[in-house]
Design a protein around this ligand. Structure first.
Ligand code: DGL
Length: 279
């Protein structure tokens, strides 16, 4: 049992899709959310740089005594998952494995598409994760411009729909029956994506699948919150404008977001960061 918050992190607003699903499944849990807006987007950056930024944010979350870390970002998961599991003593949940597990069970024709940022797709993290299911054929597509549309609050413009056509049509032509939304920003674009791929393609979204994993991990490790009273939800951003992040968070999550604090990451020197003690 633990009344500490669950720490959830993304480069920006994408991880709010995961936070929202966690709130749906675990309404008594407190959440501390960080959007690393100072370094967003992660997608076009080299993986080593993403790894450094992500570890800074996770170190800061652990220093704020979260009871679990949720890497609500595919790009960061691709860049540093193994490091994170070794580095911290709290459980770490990420977004790639849960989505892959679901895709493997839902596909009927074994032709699966995955879309993500350039860094995620070029890291081949999904190819590695699907390696345990060699009977599947995987078709990957980077969708570099999707994130900017989400970060601008745009889910319906003609330009966005044309972009979705451009990115997704080749996957549809490959006969996929399942599409993994391998970026936590993309659930905000589900309307445009399913408009283009049609009803015949099942969308597997990291938000719900990851929340299922958070639930499982919490119950399995006995870390559920038992305190009476309402949980707390805190939102932090590392960029220069809390207002901008709040505006987007309210657009996507609703007015109850309330406020966003600006924080600086990297203030904790990495060598003294909390580490898992070796048994
Ligand atoms: N939402 C993130 C992901 O799942 C990253 C988006 C970005 O910053 O490029 O990959």
């Amino acid at each position: 049992m633990s009344d500490a918050p669950i720490g959830i992190f993304d480069s920006g607003v994408g991880g709010l899709t995961v936070a929202r699903s966690v709130r749906d499944q675990l309404p008594r849990e407190s959440i501390l959310y960080v959007g690393d807006t100072a370094h967003s987007p992660y997608g076009p950056r080299p993986l080593a740089e993403v790894r450094r930024f992500a570890l800074e944010v996770l170190d800061d979350l652990v220093a704020q005594d979260v009871k679990m870390l949720v890497i609500a970002c595919n790009t960061a998961s691709a860049a540093m998952l193994r490091d994170a599991r070794e580095r911290y003593s709290v459980p770490v949940v990420e977004v790639i494995q849960p989505a892959v597990r679901t895709a493997v069970t839902v596909t009927r024709n074994n032709r699966v598409g995955v879309i993500g940022t350039t860094a995620t797709i070029t890291s081949r993290a999904y190819n590695d994760a699907f390696a345990a299911a060699p009977h599947l054929e995987l078709f990957s597509q980077a969708c570099p411009e999707f994130v900017e549309h989400v970060e601008a609050g745009d889910t319906t413009s003609r330009e966005l729909v044309a972009l979705a056509e451009h990115y997704l049509r080749p996957l549809v032509e490959q006969g996929i029956d399942t599409l993994v939304l391998g970026c936590t920003h993309y659930p905000f674009l589900k309307g445009a994506i399913s408009y283009v791929v049609g009803d015949g393609v099942r969308l597997v979204s990291s938000d719900t699948e990851t929340a299922n994993d958070v639930y499982r991990t919490l119950v399995r490790t006995g870390l559920e919150r038992t305190a009476p009273g309402r949980p707390s939800y805190r939102y932090e951003a590392t960029g220069t404008s809390a207002e901008e992040f709040l505006r987007l968070a309210e657009l996507f999550l609703g007015p109850e977001v309330g406020s966003v604090e600006l924080v600086e990451t990297g203030t904790i020197p990495l060598p003294s960061a909390p580490r898992r003690s070796t048994p």
